[in-house]
Write a protein that binds this ligand. Structure first.
Ligand code: BGC
Length: 384
């Protein structure tokens, strides 16, 4: 296969809270102001994309990409319960139109980790009205979806569901397990929004994006690993059966011993997030996701935090080779989005830089890295 399949999505991804700045009505903003233990640094102006989104899209389109995954911020749309901001609605409508005008197909994420503060204070996903509240927000943004082909309902529900453990002060090494009750409501919310969009925006192909962690058992830990993989990933993939596509987000692999997840092996190369450098994990991730869900895969995030852009290219080339390999073995993959278009606020820190574009944190000037045009040129070529 020397070209990508027809219609293959080729893009980069961002999220609102990590790039826009001043997301003051969100729960994360309040965690940052309170200096909670998992947020050493506050997002502040982030990378000012609320004002500079046109420049960001110009960079992406100019480098040859055809797709952009970004999120709509619920906390801006509905800053207090039942009050809709016409300014925010107009803003995201302009972003969708702006993407289309540049030849970028928008893949819109409705929820990327942050909630309105009022929703969090009312009990978050465990409050009785949580799913209804989320659906009401989605109804409010329906008019913005004209021309949008794909929507991701909730980003990484299996990571979002660890929030209760983080808030309870869990600082165990690695990630805590997702909260089962929260995860169950997130699945319910996904299904409710899927139905809503099927009825009210039938042109949209609905999916969600799961953190696919390529769990690998140590010898003797096969059963432990299978159970853990189901609780932390499998049940969220199973919930995508019947969706139009499944979003795979892959960064590294996770080895599992009889007592649970293990740290990276002694001497392994680590990225700036402390994760093992494991680009081929993407191949395993898409195979698992396709097998469990039975639906086409879109890689909605893949990348690494590094200050060495040559390493970014090496990692990405190897990840794409593993993706090609899985596709050659029959996995239906419909697109690839790199995480991230921009260096941004990595949930508590600016240090781990994932971007194809660097941002000067004082002037907010954008500086494309060589990987931007390199990756842009690897995308689907128009048929002769
Ligand atoms: C999230 C992104 C995050 C990235 C790197 C994913 O968990 O969707 O928001 O920045 O991985 O940690």
């Amino acid at each position: 296969m020397d070209n990508w399949p027809a219609g293959f999505l080729w893009g980069a991804a961002t999220s609102a809270h990590q790039t826009e700045g001043d997301n003051r009505n969100s729960d994360w903003w309040s965690f940052e102001q309170a200096g909670l233990h998992f947020v050493p640094e506050a997002s502040g102006a982030a990378v000012d994309s609320y004002r500079r989104w046109e420049q960001d899209m110009d960079l992406l389109a100019g480098a040859g990409f055809s797709d952009y995954r970004f999120s709509i911020e619920w906390a801006r749309i509905e800053p207090s319960r039942g009050e809709l901001s016409s300014t925010a609605l107009e803003h995201y409508g302009a972003m969708v139109r702006g993407a289309l005008a540049r030849g970028l197909r928008p893949l819109v994420t409705l929820h990327h980790f942050t909630h309105p503060l009022w929703f969090h204070e009312a009990g978050g996903w465990l409050a009785p009205d949580a799913v209804a509240d989320f659906c009401r927000y989605v109804e409010a943004v329906l008019p913005l979806l004209a021309g949008v082909e794909r929507v991701c309902t909730i980003n990484e529900p299996n990571i979002l569901a660890i929030l209760p453990a983080l808030l309870a002060g869990d600082d165990t090494h690695g990630l805590p397990a997702p909260d089962l009750a929260t995860g169950t409501v997130l699945i319910e919310a996904h299904h409710a929004v899927r139905e809503l969009l099927r009825e009210r925006a039938p042109h949209v192909r609905v999916g969600w994006s799961v953190a696919c962690q390529s769990f690998e058992p140590e010898l003797g830990a096969e059963d432990v690993c299978a159970r853990l993989a189901h609780d932390r990933e499998g049940r969220y993939l199973e919930a995508a059966r019947g969706d139009a596509w499944i979003g795979v987000q892959s960064y590294t692999r996770t080895r599992v011993g009889i007592d649970g997840p293990l740290p990276p092996p002694e001497g392994a190369r680590l990225t700036l997030t402390g994760w093992e450098y494991a680009p081929r994990a993407l191949g395993a991730a898409v195979r698992t996701a396709a097998r469990v869900t039975g639906v086409p895969v879109v890689v909605t995030e893949n990348g690494l935090a590094t200050d060495d852009d040559a390493l970014r290219r090496a990692y990405t080339a190897e990840a794409l080779a593993a993706l090609r390999d899985a596709m050659a073995h029959g996995v239906d993959v419909q697109g690839y989005f790199h995480w991230s278009l921009l260096d941004n606020y990595e949930w508590g820190r600016f240090g781990p830089t994932f971007g194809l574009v660097a941002v000067d944190r004082t002037t907010f000037e954008r500086h494309p890295k060589p990987s931007l045009s390199w990756l842009g040129a690897l995308g689907p070529r128009p048929p002769h």
